[in-house]
Design a protein around this ligand. Structure first.
Ligand SMILES: N[C@@H](CCC(=O)N[C@@H](CS)C(=O)NCC(=O)O)C(=O)O
Length: 206
């Protein structure tokens, strides 16, 4: 497997899942800051020009965070990244999808990059405020789901990998993180797999 990854982006979440699994993978840095995702070479891998993309052994490519995460979890059931049984599994998928489609795409993108959508300064501020409101509601939802548990669904799942990358953008988003979520992020960062992911990313980017 080969993960196309840009440090500091949502592909961090997939990198963490690969390390949680203990997968054998290669890391290809596709640096968004250098616009590597718009180069023809990368567009041949993922014509959507987004990271993450996971190239499989047979040469096919998976894209979209929830899909890649689901595939990894189902391919490696021994890693326990999804609970057993459809009813439990679908709740993890529901939250993962909410984090990616709503909190990331409609929340953090508007809050951090309103300039992608309009040149009008007032409209930018309006978008930023809308994005922050989406994230604030999401933080509440995540706090409720977390409760007193160590991870969102008790043991570590693909939803935690999505929550992790979202929380890693907290300064840029500019919405105060509730203390329970801040402590949860610290717990995630303390996991051995997260340390290995950071090292792998730094090594590949060096
Ligand atoms: N829906 C996609 C979103 C991926 C996405 O937006 N990735 C960002 C990095 S966090 C990206 O590649 N942005 C480049 C761009 O939009 O030009 C997914 O679930 O993977």
């Amino acid at each position: 497997m080969k993960l196309y990854h840009s440090p500091g982006t949502c592909s961090e979440g997939i990198l963490v899942l690969l390390e949680e699994i203990g997968a054998d993978y290669d890391l290809v840095i596709t640096d968004l800051k250098q616009a590597a995702h718009r180069e023809p070479e990368y567009l041949r891998v993922n014509p959507k020009g987004k990271v993450p993309a996971l190239s499989l052994g047979d040469g096919s490519v998976l894209t979209e965070f929830p899909v890649i995460a689901f595939w990894l979890a189902r391919r490696h059931p021994e890693a326990g990244l999804l609970p057993e049984g459809l009813e439990a599994e679908i709740r993890v998928m529901e939250l993962t999808e909410y984090i990616v489609s709503t909190l990331h795409m409609r929340g953090s993108v508007f809050a951090m990059k309103p300039q992608k959508f309009t040149a009008d300064p007032a409209a930018r501020e309006e978008l930023r405020a809308q994005g922050r409101a989406v994230v604030a509601a999401g933080y509440e939802r995540l706090t409720e789901q977390l409760g007193e548990k160590p991870c969102l669904f008790g043991s570590f799942s693909i939803a935690d990998a999505a929550a992790f990358y979202l929380l890693s953008w907290k300064e840029g988003i500019g919405v105060p993180v509730p203390p329970a979520l801040a402590a949860y992020e610290e717990r995630l960062r303390a996991r051995a797999a997260f340390g290995r992911a950071r090292e792998a990313s730094d090594r590949a980017a060096a």
